[in-house]
Design a binder for this molecule. Sequence first.
Ligand code: ZN
Ligand code: ZN
Length: 289
Amino acid sequence: MAKEIIGQKEKTRYWQFYQEIIGTRSAFKNQHQKDIKTDEEIIKKRSKEGKHLIDKEKIEIDEKLLNELFRNFIPILRKYETFDDVEIQDLEQKKEKIGLGKLVMSVLVGDLENLKSLAQEHNLNPDLLLFFGLNLGQTFLELYAQKLKGKFDQENWLKGSCPVCGSFPAMEKLRREDGKRVLWCGFCGTQWHYKRIMCPFCGNEDHNSLRYFFTGGDSSLAENPFRVDVCDKCKKYIKTIDERKMPENKILDFSLENINTLYLDILAQKEGYESSTYWMIATPEKGPV
Ligand SMILES: [Zn+2]
Ligand SMILES: [Zn+2]
C-alpha cells in the first residue's frame, strides 16, 4: 500500500524532478529515433492477426544505448537527491554485472519478484532499480511506438490493451473535441479509442457495475477534470482526465499527470480497487508494491 507524499513542498519537488526526467527522455528519443529497428514482416503479420504490434518479451535493446540514457539520468537524481548518493554509486558500479537489459526486461514484463531478487542478490535499493527499469524501459518502448505510429488500425482496435505493446492502460482521457474516450499506455505512450461504457480490464459492459468518483467534495465537480473510473466486477480502476474541463491552452502530458495524480491512486486503493499499472509510478516514498 502506498504511503502518502508528505507536504506540498515535496510534491512540487517531485513534479520538477519528473519534468526533468521526462525532458531527458524526450531529448534522448529525438536523438535516437533512427537507431530503432523493427522487423516489418513480423509487424505486418501481427497486425493482420489482430495482435498488438510488438512482443515486449522479445525486444532487444542495445546495452550501449541503455548505458547512455542511464548516465543522462544521474545528474538529475543527484540534483534532487531523489536517492541516496551512495546507493546511486553502488548501482553505477554494479550495473554491468546486472545488465541493464535484464533489469529493463523484468520491469517491462511486470516481473516485480525478479526485480526484488535482483536487488537482494546485488544488495541494492529495489526502488532505485524500479526507477531505472521503468524510465529506461518506457523510453525505449516509446521509441518503438513512435516508429510504429499509424501501423495499427485505430478505428478497429477495440481492445482494452495497447495496440502496440499489449499493456493495459495506465490512464485515459475524455477528448476535448468530442468527449470520446481515449486510453493511454503508460509503457509506450500509445493512445487509442475505446467504448465509453466498458471496462478495459475485463470487458464488463454492465453500467450498473461501472461508475466513477471525484475527489474534493461536490462543490468542485463541475470544474474538476480528474476522476477515478471503477469496475465493480473486476475491482480495477483507471484514472480519467476530462480534457474538456482543462484550460484551453493546456497540452495534456499523461506521463506528468500520472505522477501528479498519485493521490487518486491512493484514494482508489483505499476504496478497495486495484490498478494493473500503479507500481509504474516509481517514487522512493512508494517503492515497488
Ligand atoms: Zn503500449
Ligand atoms: Zn472490469
